[in-house]
Design a protein around this ligand. Structure first.
Ligand code: AMP
Ligand code: GLY
Length: 429
């Protein structure tokens, strides 16, 4: 069976690893991969936004199954193009991808289908956005508000403003931050308070199967300080959500989301990723993503015991209700090792030492994100987030200890990471 994975990050390395562990004889391809993925898959130099080329490659190589890692290709309609050509692909349609690609679309969808989320207004210009704030929609000048660019902004399009003056500044700066297209519409939201957690589900349009809950650490600095990044680490631990909370999310959020999407004509067949806030008024949706997260996937898939090929086939065949998906009991943690100067323009080309020793440790997987090999065949840094050092354990402290033990083996000039991943895990709020 020939499988093509689309993307080049740690998420895609984890997906490739899961496919490699399949009971089927799998031949893996990845477009366009990285130096770690190259050990498992044949890397093909096609970028995720080159939809026609990817479809052409899948046709000419007779790929049996394609798995899409990130949102760019999904938003561009890769799934629709592959399906038009009769190619099997796991990932939502372009219409369903609007749940992630347009925050205004997602908020209207939630409002229409009664899905709990923060109160909001969509503005079509900077002036209109200011007028919404001045109208007192969020309360007086001291009230916080959240300013969001409508379009895809790689995590940079959200500003949590502590008061109205800061919100006005955020509105004015948004276009510089994310570009004109992404900031054409501005979503203003009430600021929610609570603990954040992410819950992902495999979906076949009708049925869904939950994955273990995850928490990410978005800020670059310890103690959640400094600018946001794509993610500096994640943990997965059953204590993040109680059984009651999971049942409530399934009934009040996931079921109405799947039913709403069907009613609106874009059934969700692929992965649904809920960013949630546990507030005193109940659990609310912060955002939808329609794909695996990075580095959420690393801690999720390291716990997956069922064959990922079987799950993909069930998503495509609408038979998710007929399979039992098994997860390793316990916890998992991923510590991201980033290059100097990340999340600004990272320095690249630094030689990475200690990878072999780290990879040899038990219960640990080193997922590559921004790596390549130099002329001498040695691993060097090639991006902002370089490696995702991931481990499982019987409980969270054990998983964290194993991940950090592996981190201690690895080094390069300018390597940075957070020492407090999983540290602020607490159940209050
Ligand atoms: P998003 O990309 O929409 O998930 O937003 C990124 C981050 O901004 C979230 O993970 C939250 O930490 C924060 N955020 C987004 N929306 C809100 C909100 N309404 N209230 C408080 N924080 C928010
Ligand atoms: N780690 C956040 C994301 O993948 O969206």
């Amino acid at each position: 069976m020939k499988i093509l994975v689309i993307g080049s990050g740690g998420r895609e390395h984890a997906v490739c690893r899961s496919f490699q562990k399949s009971g089927r004889a799998v031949r893996l391809y990845c477009a366009d991969g990285n130096a770690g993925i190259a050990a498992l898959a044949e890397c093909v130099p096609i970028k995720p936004d080159e939809i026609e080329k990817l479809a052409g490659f899948a046709e000419s190589e007779a790929i049996d199954l394609t798995f899409v890692g990130g949102e760019t290709a999904l938003a561009l309609g890769i799934t629709d193009e592959f399906e038009k050509r009769g190619l099997k692909i796991v990932g939502v349609s372009g219409s369903a991808a609007r749940l992630e690609a347009s925050k205004a679309f997602a908020k209207d969808f939630m409002a229409r289908h009664g899905i709990p989320t923060a109160r909001y207004r969509t503005a079509f210009s900077t002036a209109e956005a200011r007028a919404v704030l001045d109208s007192g929609f969020f309360g007086d000048e001291r009230a916080p508000a959240v300013v969001k660019a409508d379009g895809l902004a790689a995590g940079k399009g959200v500003v949590v403003a502590p008061d109205r003056a800061a919100a006005v500044r955020a509105i004015e700066e948004l276009e510089n931050l994310v570009g004109r297209a992404a900031a054409e519409k501005i979503v203003l939201e009430e600021c929610l308070v609570g603990r954040e957690v992410s819950l992902l589900a495999f979906c076949d349009g009708e049925n869904f199967a939950l994955m273990p809950p995850v928490r990410d650490h978005k800020r670059i600095g310890e103690g959640d300080t400094g600018p946001n990044t794509g993610g500096m680490g994640t943990i997965s631990d059953r204590s993040l959500l109680t059984a009651e909370q999971i049942a409530q999310i399934a009934a009040d959020i996931i079921e109405p989301t799947l039913a709403g999407a069907r009613a609106d004509g874009f059934p969700i067949r692929g992965i649904l990723f809920l960013g949630l806030m546990l507030t005193v008024e109940g659990i609310k949706v912060l955002e939808y993503n329609v794909r695996f997260g990075d580095p959420e996937t690393q801690v999720i898939l390291i716990q997956l015991e069922t064959d990922l090929v079987e799950i993909c086939e069930a998503m495509l065949g609408q038979t998710l209700d007929r399979i039992e998906i098994e997860w390793r009991p316990g916890s998992a943690a991923c510590v991201v090792l980033a290059a100097e100067n990340y999340p600004n323009r990272p320095r690249t080309g630094d030689r990475i030492d200690g990878l072999e020793a780290a990879a040899a440790l038990d219960h640990t997987e080193i997922f590559h994100a921004g790596t390549k090999r130099d002329a001498a065949g040695r691993f060097v840094t090639a991006g902002g987030r370089v490696l995702g050092v991931t481990a499982v354990g019987d409980d969270l402290p054990e998983a964290l200890e194993r991940a950090y033990r592996a981190v201690a083996e690895i080094s390069w000039d300018g390597m940075q990471f957070r020492r407090d991943i999983g540290g602020s895990l607490s159940l209050e709020s």
